[in-house]
Design a protein around this ligand. Structure first.
Ligand code: C5P
Length: 396
């Protein structure tokens, strides 16, 4: 399964470093090529000799070998790897990664790595729970890194709680899935609408909404990680995906026109934009002056992009969103039918942590066969992964 895969294992100073000996053995047994980087402090927990022997390659920890003068090029190491795994990840290295600090070979390699990066934190219960740690982990996720959460259990300090590094066998499963998923949607084109739309009142004012584009950007990144090509049609959003094509629009009509252009070439379409339902009838050509004591804007209905394209659907798989405040399930199921979606992702504004601007979301999937999947509150990045996992299973 991992034959020929190049894995760069970066080890930080945490007692969990002892587990990396087993982990390297498992990787090598599966046919992976493994190079190991260690921080100075990691060497207090496991010797470089152990990891060099098991990986059958010298361990890197300084920029150069003072005895031979050999230069360990961090850019080459980063380019060499198909996957960089930082395990165990200490609070110290996590903090530096989240803030772009680069004072050792591990951090320089992280900054130059072109491959996916996975991190498996390990620390004591209170350190793991500290808001700084949680914020830093969220920051890494926002860079596109994947976090294998610390596990619950007995900790080296004698405390019990979340902080244990995932076991080597679990890390193996995560890595295998990651490699399998990285090609699961190769050759597929994904079209995504994202962000709000702005409907002009005059050249200065508009009607808009609070959509940040976070969910749409996470969806683009998750499809890219599964090997798909993405095109995003985005309204004026604060968040755009780091990679993939982005076409910027402003109004619902512009969003419809661009989405229609790319629809026939798409295999999967995700309608995650918060499109304004109405627009001012006749936007003023000049800035409206403050003269009258009251002022009316006549609104007309915008086209429903998802419904319009639902009518033109051939083999495309359409995914829609329903953001509801009441009668959630009934409304979502009705939209699934009306807009000809294959899957609808319901989120309720009643749930704490769900909705606009948040980093998290709590969703339920409903599909055409009346199946429902309810998920816990999780990061928008993880919700995006759940959507992609669903599509991978469906298209199989
Ligand atoms: O009807 P409602 O606006 O709640 O529907 C939400 C779903 O429909 C979302 O997937 C949204 O992106 C899509 N939609 C659309 N065009 C509109 C309104 C909503 O594509 N004008």
């Amino acid at each position: 399964m991992l034959a020929g895969k190049k894995i760069l294992l970066a080890v930080c100073g945490s007692i969990a470093a002892y587990k990396t000996a087993f982990f390297v053995r498992l990787l090598v047994k599966e046919g992976a090529e493994v190079k190991v980087i260690m921080t100075e402090s990691a060497k207090n927990f496991i010797t470089p000799l152990t990891l060099a022997t098991l990986s059958k390659k010298p361990v890197h920890s300084e920029y150069f070998d003072s005895a031979s003068g050999e230069w360990h090029n961090h850019v080459e190491l980063g380019m060499w790897a198909d996957l960089m795994l930082i395990a165990p990840l200490s609070a110290n290295t996590l903090g530096k990664m989240a803030n772009g600090i680069c004072d050792n070979l591990l951090l320089a390699t992280y900054l130059s790595a072109k491959c996916p990066v996975l991190v498996a934190p390990a620390m004591d219960l209170d350190m793991y729970q500290h808001p700084t740690t949680q914020e830093n982990l969220a920051r890494l996720q926002s860079f596109g890194n994947e976090v294998v959460e610390a596990r619950d259990g007995e900790l080296a300090s004698g405390l019990t709680g979340q902080g244990r590094m995932a076991e080597p066998e679990e890390l193996m499963e995560v890595i295998k899935k990651k490699f399998a998923d990285s090609v699961a949607l190769k050759g597929k084109n994904v079209l995504i609408t994202s962000g709000p739309t702005f409907e002009a009142i005059d050249p200065v004012r508009f009607i808009g909404n609070h959509s940040s584009g976070k969910m749409g950007s996470a969806i683009a990144a998750a499809f890219q990680a599964a090997g798909a090509q993405t095109i995003m049609i985005s309204g004026p959003a604060a968040h755009l995906p780091a990679q993939g094509e982005v076409i910027k629009v402003s109004s619902a009509n512009e969003m419809l026109a661009e989405t229609e252009k790319h629809h026939s070439n798409a295999d999967i379409v995700v309608f995650s934009a918060a499109v304004s339902d109405y627009r001012p009838d006749k936007p003023a050509k000049e800035k409206i002056k403050k003269t009258e004591s009251s002022f009316q804007i006549n609104l007309v209905k915008n086209p429903d992009i998802a419904s319009e394209l639902g009518k033109k659907k051939k083999n495309q798989f359409h995914i829609g969103f329903a953001l509801e405040t009441n009668n959630e399930e009934v409304n979502a199921k009705e939209k699934l039918q009306k807009k000809n979606f294959d899957l609808i992702v319901l989120n309720s504004l009643k749930d704490a942590g769900a909705g606009f601007q948040q980093d998290t979301n709590k969703v339920t999937f409903f599909d055409k066969n009346n199946n429902a999947h309810k998920f816990e509150l999780k990061s928008k990045i993880d919700v995006a992964r759940d959507i992609v996992d669903y599509v991978i299973k469906k298209l199989k």
